[in-house]
Design a protein around this ligand. Structure first.
Ligand code: AHR
Ligand code: AHR
Length: 481
């Protein structure tokens, strides 16, 4: 039995079931998610390989070959039509046109399930999905349960990487108007033991790690790569549970009465569904979602324990983040543009600006060094790479406000993430394309001979679709210096 079969046997059926990696009912063979490709703007739906099985990632790879793809819809498998789509503006605007949030790249979170490749939803800051007209979700003080399988190493402290029940207006309508799983190390409201990240409950105007609105030491810091995060709430009771999604059992981090702060008992749930954002469309958080459901009724611990056993049996494991020409850690490389008219230009730095310059074997030693990069293991993820300046040891190519700059490592999590890039088979067939680990819709791109992390279409001038594939494709050679 799959997770939603298990919840149904426990008389707390799924009223929403979302996953880009697998079917959550053993009989489900319909569309799991929809992707849209950059080359021609067309869409396709990705279904399980077999009923109840793992997503057909190969169908996505074929459809998206030689271009970019975004996840446009995460379908609801429950039959209620509670699909998740690009979140609209609310209390806060998203970065896209008209204040919508960004959509996730289709390739940012590759994994395997029982050895079969699938893709999760890697959500950078600014990314969000929602359904403000969901049916069958809990409203008022009605009982519900939910779980999500997420990446325990992908988080930040911004508000709020959430999955669950929220306001139908995408605005903050007051305490108790939400009930969603939160994951991250935000300490602006509650917190748990250690330095985080924590699984908490976003109940609106508060991330709760237990009954008290501040620190609750019973909620542990999470360090697993794959995490099962569980939340449920009913009349004056609620619980947070969690565990390693790849092995073992769930633990209960809190189970008891509602917070005593005003507005949380009874609850005033509204029944929208959010993913990756706060109830008011706060969209600064990051995280990765693989699968999750919401139920009608308060599931028993035994039901959730059986769901956890099913998740473990699905055998989530990491998959390669890179493809194409392999890079060798410790080697010096140079990277040549492939856009017609620019093919003598190499990625260089002029002071702290990353640009392209014409470099040849007879260039000065100084210029050769400016155009040479030492390949390092990715500062934020060992499956990808960082690029250290040949002439300025300790300084790396990093993005900042979507420009590429040469920055001295300060050892922070943000620097490391901004300086981690994942090479892949190039979009134009020459060399490699270099994807930002933290913003996988974005690639090293030259635009007016300056380097950015650019998406294939978007609000910045450097996101222009014209000549995108060529501008993001780079031939790798031994470094000039
Ligand atoms: O409860 C924390 C956050 O507070 C909610 O997600 C958001 O709506 C508000 O800013
Ligand atoms: O480049 C995008 C973001 O801009 C980086 O992650 C951050 O360092 C800066 O604020």
């Amino acid at each position: 039995a799959a997770p939603c079969d298990i919840y149904a046997s426990g008389n707390t059926p799924c009223i929403a079931a979302h996953s880009t990696t697998r079917a959550l009912y053993s009989a489900f063979s319909g569309a799991l998610y929809q992707v849209k490709r950059g080359s021609d703007g067309t869409t396709t739906s990705i279904s399980p390989l077999t009923a109840g099985g793992v997503a057909n990632a190969a169908a996505q790879d074929t459809f998206c070959a030689g271009t970019t793809c975004l996840i446009t819809i995460i379908y609801d498998q429950s039959g209620r039509g509670n699909h998740l789509t690009q979140a609209p503006p609310g209390g806060f605007k998203g970065p896209e046109a008209s204040g919508y949030d960004n959509l996730a790249s289709a390739i940012g979170a590759p994994v395997t399930l029982n050895g079969k490749k699938a893709y999760g939803v890697f959500m950078s800051p600014g990314t969000g999905y929602s359904n403000n007209a969901a049916s069958g979700t809990a409203t008022g003080d009605e009982a519900e349960g939910m779980y999500a399988v997420i990446d325990g190493t992908h988080y930040n402290g911004a508000c709020c990487f959430d999955y669950g029940n929220a306001e139908i207006s995408s605005t903050d309508t007051g305490n108790g108007h939400m009930e969603a799983i939160y994951f991250g190390d935000n300490t602006g409201w509650g917190s748990g033991a250690g330095s985080g990240p924590w699984i908490m409950a976003d109940l609106e105007n508060g991330l709760f790690s237990g009954q008290g609105s501040a620190n609750n030491a019973g909620d542990p810091s999470i360090s697993d790569r794959f995490v099962s995060a569980v939340l449920k709430g009913g009349a004056n009771k609620w619980a947070i549970r969690g565990g390693n999604a790849a092995s073992g059992k769930l633990s209960t981090y809190y189970s008891g009465a509602r917070p005593t702060a005003s507005g949380y008992n009874p609850m005033s749930k509204e029944g929208a569904i959010i993913l990756g954002i706060g109830g008011d469309n706060s969209n600064g958080a990051q995280g990765t979602f693989y699968e999750g459901v919401m139920t009608s009724g308060y599931p028993t611990d035994a039901t959730e324990d059986a769901v956890q056993a099913n998740i473990v049996a699905a055998k989530y494991a990491v998959a390669s983040l890179t493809s194409g020409t392999a890079l060798t850690v410790g080697s010096s490389i140079s990277l040549r543009a492939t856009t017609s008219g620019y093919t003598t230009r190499y990625i260089s730095h002029t002071g702290s600006t990353i640009d392209t310059q014409v470099v040849t074997s007879s260039s000065t030693t100084a210029l050769k060094q400016q155009a040479s990069w030492t390949v390092r293991t990715g500062l934020a993820n060992s499956g990808c790479f960082s690029f250290e300046s040949k002439d300025t040891a300790g300084s790396y190519i990093r993005h900042s406000d979507f420009g590429l700059v040469l920055g001295a490592s300060d050892g922070t999590k943000l620097f490391n993430e901004d300086a981690t890039f994942c090479p892949q088979t190039s979009l134009n067939g020459q060399g490699i394309s270099i994807r930002s680990w933290s913003y996988p819709t974005r690639f090293f791109r030259h635009y007016t001979n300056t380097l950015y992390i650019a998406s294939n279409g978007g609000v910045h001038t450097f996101d222009a679709t014209a000549s995108f594939n060529d501008d993001v494709s780079w031939v790798v050679s031994t470094g000039f210096a």
